[in-house]
Design a protein around this ligand. Structure first.
Ligand SMILES: [Zn+2]
Ligand SMILES: [Zn+2]
Length: 375
């Protein structure tokens, strides 16, 4: 029995396990004590909320979409901010985090996936961090090891994390009236809450929602989960197209991480925002749905024909749209010279464009009708 116990002990990765147990417990004790012995302060709560939101964004827009996936390029100042505030989340260095995350994408749902969802919800959520076997993996991210700022954050991770995670919010708290208030609410409690938010990406994003773009992986798309995870809830899309800086591709999809990256781009602090074309995305979606329709008795040929029709109508509409706007621009420059001829040409192009759009819409309606009738 003692031998088994010894083995069990040896499997645990104690530094992380103790932190994940002691930090929430200390919050349960210290948060009520703080409110009993100190004054309630709205400004401190506001600071903790804002710092919490920025912490999460440093993980989603920084650790995840910038460092792990390189879905856009960022100005060094943005990188440094993400690395400093990202360290305050106590989720490891950007280098270690990204290396694990890339492994998750490469080996999703398999034995080499560090947070393999098939080992259970709790394992994917945080259990994997308690075991040496999954957490103590070699770093495999040569590109990031060459990045000066990422390298430095990894090298000095512990002092940076202690300062940014606890001392910095403590100092802000001191300016707002209470060092301990800042340390407990803006430090420890914020760490618990932001950690849980990130952990949900590995658990809930593989549990709730639709498999819109690939039914072969456990990742799912869900608006509800997107609310909990700063837009990471469109996880099936993300696993299918990991290079895209967006996770929610529609304008109305809740993806604050995408909006942050767009804002950085407008300010000139982010560039080369990588996007998968609408045609590629639609193709993947139709492929995933085709498998459902086929399993319900629709003939391969019929499905292939309809898919071709939809995709070529989409391509035609896109092409005509580009040509139409190009001509319109030219027309505005040379209006007087060619007015009648250009007017007619523009009208004709507009009609063709509308026709292609209608063909596309009709094709999609028929496709959706198939899906409904097969349900
Ligand atoms: Zn990812
Ligand atoms: Zn995932």
């Amino acid at each position: 029995m003692s031998e088994n116990k010894q083995k069990w002990h040896q499997q645990i990765y104690w530094p992380v396990t103790l932190f994940l147990i002691l930090n929430p417990i200390s919050c349960m004790v210290l948060v009520p004590l703080y409110y009993i012995f100190d004054e309630f302060s709205w400004s401190l709560i506001a600071f903790a909320l804002i710092f919490g939101a920025i912490t999460n964004l440093s993980i989603t827009a920084g650790y995840h979409r910038l460092f792990s996936h390189k879905s856009y390029d960022a100005h060094p100042i943005v990188k440094i901010i993400f690395l400093l505030i990202g360290a305050s989340a106590w989720q490891g260095s950007a280098l270690k985090w990204s290396s694990d995350h890339r492994r998750h994408h490469s080996f999703i749902d398999g034995d080499k996936d560090p947070y393999n969802f098939h080992r259970g919800f709790f394992f994917a959520h945080m259990g994997w961090m308690l075991l040496k076997e999954t957490v103590d993996q070699p770093i495999q991210a040569p590109d990031l090891q060459k990045d000066k700022w990422v390298y430095l954050q990894d090298k000095y991770y512990v002092p940076v994390a202690i300062f940014m995670g606890y001392i910095f919010p403590g100092l802000i708290g001191m300016m707002l009236g209470s060092f301990w208030g800042g340390l407990i609410i803006g430090g420890a409690l914020r760490i618990v809450l932001t950690q849980q938010s990130t952990f949900f990406v590995n658990s809930l994003c593989h549990t709730l929602g639709r498999q819109t773009y690939s039914k072969e992986i456990s990742a799912r798309d869900s608006l509800f989960v997107a609310f909990l995870t700063h837009g990471e809830g469109y996880h099936n899309f993300h696993h299918t197209f990991q290079i895209d800086y967006r996770n929610g591709i529609r304008w109305y999809h809740w993806d604050p991480t995408k909006w942050t990256i767009q804002m950085l781009s407008l300010l000139g602090l982010a560039k080369k925002l990588r996007m998968i074309s609408n045609a590629e995305i639609l193709k993947a979606r139709l492929k995933a749905e085709e498998a459902t329709l086929r399993s319900r008795g629709f003939a391969d040929e019929k499905l292939a024909q309809l898919q071709d029709k939809i995709l070529s109508a989409q391509a035609k509409a896109r092409q005509l749209q580009l040509e139409y706007y190009k001509l319109k621009k030219e027309y505005s420059r040379r209006r007087i010279e060619f007015s009648t001829a250009y007017d007619q040409k523009l009208e004709q192009m507009k009609r063709d464009m509308e026709e292609a759009r209608l063909e596309f819409k009709l094709g999609m309606k028929i496709w959706k009708l198939y899906l409904r009738s097969a349900a």
